[in-house]
Design a protein around this ligand. Structure first.
Ligand code: SAH
Length: 343
């Protein structure tokens, strides 16, 4: 298999092309971030383009299917990787810009009770260049280039647990925010994790400035253990401490995600526990309407139940909103579309 050039930063490209003029690495980096194959890199000498094409891959990922929601402006993409594997992603267009939801792994090994991505376990990690490729492919699909950017925001909320693929994900963060490339500011990037507390601390220590989103789903250890096996390793308290640490280091408010599951995490104890752990520091709770996954058998709540859950939290001074649900007609939930496609 040929090496994927979107895995490389400018410094690494410089080393790779040591016998080329100094500006070559930057030129190629820009083309790669415009999702351009070697043949179309018009300011690169023809002979060198051919040499590159023989040894490397420029296009990391291809869009093989696109579904458009009839209800809102959401689009769902299926991408194919060099080895035939399929990953999925979502594009949400708002007034202020376009947000792309990207995947970091094929499958996932976290095994959360409500999530479709983990059903088949982890297949493999995505490389930094493959994660980046999702952004580049969709940006190009929208008519964007490296200088005329169409994708403005990124959320790492697709398939996979980003902090379980730490090195590739952090390299991706550096690549995608590089001023010489597609240059999406880390302020416009959210990373969602099921709560790998140790790596949250590492992320803060290494100076990343992204928005941290933690999938909490319960502030009570016993309940959370039923829903998320990772709770056997990190307690709610560990996660809260990591969140506070992240806030203190980065100044960025932490967001907790909480999928409301009927009969599981919505009783009075759940409300009190959530109010308790969100007190005294800057954080926000995003309530999510559960997407029904047929293999999982967990049930969503009604709009009224969600509203009342939200109100109880507001009464306890929790900063909270119910997240707008989009793309419900195009298998918007994690991993659902890929599963359907594979079947
Ligand atoms: N592994 C990461 C990111 C991927 S999941 C994480 O756990 O955060 C992205 C978000 O979708 C998470 O908050 C996850 O808990 C949520 N999610 C997964 N399945 C869902 C479902 N069936 N309904 C609603 N939200 C779901």
């Amino acid at each position: 298999m040929k090496q994927l050039l979107t895995d490389y930063n400018i410094e690494e490209l410089n080393q790779l092309f040591a016998d080329q003029p100094k500006f070559r690495a930057k030129q190629i980096f820009k083309w790669l971030h415009s999702y351009t194959d070697f043949a179309d890199m018009s300011d690169i000498p023809q002979s060198f383009r051919e040499e590159l094409a023989q040894n490397y891959t420029a296009i990391p990922i291809k869009i093989v299917k696109m579904l458009s929601s009839k209800k809102d402006n959401t689009k769902k993409f299926l991408y194919q990787l060099y080895d035939g594997n399929i990953v999925e992603g979502v594009l949400m267009e708002y007034k202020y810009g376009s947000t792309i939801c990207i995947s970091t792994q094929i499958g996932c090994r976290m095994g959360c009770a409500f999530c479709a991505s983990g059903i088949g376990g982890l297949v493999r990690n995505l490389s930094a260049g493959e994660i980046l490729g999702q952004v580049l492919a969709v940006n190009s699909y929208m008519g964007g280039t490296v200088t005329n950017r169409k994708v403005t925001n990124i959320v790492l909320m697709g398939s996979g647990e980003p902090l379980d693929n730490y090195l590739n994900v952090t390299k991706f963060l550096s690549l995608v925010s590089d001023p010489d490339g597609i240059n999406i500011s880390q302020r416009n990037i959210s990373l969602s994790t099921c709560g790998l507390a140790q790596n949250i601390i590492k992320l803060a220590d290494e100076g990343y400035k992204i928005i941290l989103t933690i999938s909490l789903h319960s502030a009570i250890d016993e309940v959370r253990k039923r829903l998320m096996p990772i709770s056997n390793k990190y307690k709610v308290e560990d996660i809260v401490n990591a969140a506070k640490y992240y806030f203190n280091k980065t100044g960025r408010r932490v967001i907790y995600e909480y999928a409301m599951i009927n009969g599981e995490n919505m009783d009075n104890d759940a409300i009190e526990a959530l109010a308790r752990i969100t007190r005294g520091y800057s954080c926000h709770v995003n309530l999510i309407m559960l997407n029904y996954v047929k293999e999982k058998g967990l049930n969503p709540c009604t709009r009224e139940q969600a509203k009342s859950f939200e109100n109880e939290l507001i009464k306890r001074n929790v900063s909270v909103t119910i997240r707008r649900s989009m793309g419900s007609d195009i298998e918007g939930a994690c991993g659902q579309l890929r599963r359907k496609f594979m079947e």
